[in-house]
Design a protein around this ligand. Structure first.
Ligand SMILES: [Zn+2]
Length: 250
């Protein structure tokens, strides 16, 4: 195999590793963002829950004031009862007092129910606080492991970039430039092996002419379908393939 092709294959391996490392780093960042978001959501839920409980407490306070007001009015009418001048006046006061007592008992029941509800609510707030703590601990744990993994990936990226630059500097431009152009493809694979007259990059059949050019190997041969740089892998046996007229001499 031509030295330049060998170097390009090596370059492709480095580029594939770089690509995988970049993907790893992105995935780590996303993982961390997800876990941070989950913790923030729990904190928000806890805050909402707490605000709701406070608002409810204020509603109870208001209802207790209503109750005090009614009790004061009952007391006032009770006092007036002794000074009533006529039966009619007495009956009217009594009627008023009965109405107020009914209101009082209704509000007392209401407040009792509200206190029960408040207990459930405080348990919920407590639970939410527990979930916030758990989510924050998980986020912190994840942050640590992501940081380590991201640093590792970054160090490997730097090393491979250096290795790649050294290798690329050795490859002649007429081999390197087409490779670099093809590298911008979606899958980042510029090279494809030819096996059994089939381009392994796109799985399309190659013509005898293309394979013959590839076997001569004095310049770059491209796949007509996907445009990748073709190479004959070591050990590819063409003797049994009809139409291959020559043996791989790389
Ligand atoms: Zn192809």
């Amino acid at each position: 195999m031509r030295e330049e092709i060998r170097q390009l294959i090596q370059l492709q391996e480095l580029d594939s590793t770089l690509r995988a490392l970049h993907a790893t780093r992105q995935k780590l960042a996303k993982d961390l963002a997800d876990v941070n978001k989950a913790a923030e959501e729990e904190a928000k839920r806890h805050e909402d829950c707490g605000n709701e409980a406070k608002a409810f407490r204020r509603a109870i306070d208001r209802r207790e004031l209503d109750l005090k007001d009614i009790e004061a009015r009952i007391q006032k009418y009770d006092g007036q009862l002794n000074q009533a001048k006529t039966n009619k006046e007495y009956a009217a006061l009594q009627h008023e007092i009965l109405g107020l007592k009914a209101d009082k008992s209704r509000i007392e029941d209401e407040i009792l129910k509200m206190y029960e509800q408040m207990e459930t609510q405080s348990a919920e707030v407590k639970e939410a606080a527990g979930r916030v703590a758990a989510a924050q601990a998980a986020a912190e744990e994840r942050r640590k492991s992501v940081e380590t993994a991201a640093n590792d990936a970054q160090a490997r990226i730097e090393r491979i970039k250096k290795e790649r630059a050294e290798l690329a500097a050795k490859i002649p431009r007429n081999f390197l430039d087409p490779y670099e152009r093809l590298l911008q493809r979606a899958d980042g694979r510029a090279m494809a092996p030819c096996r059994n007259y089939v381009c392994q990059g796109c799985r399309m059949a190659l013509t005898t002419n293309t394979v013959n050019l590839l076997l001569i190997g004095d310049k770059l041969t491209f796949c007509h379908s996907c445009g990748r740089i073709l190479f004959m892998p070591e050990g590819e046996d063409l003797t049994s393939i009809a139409g291959a007229g020559r043996k791989d001499n790389w």
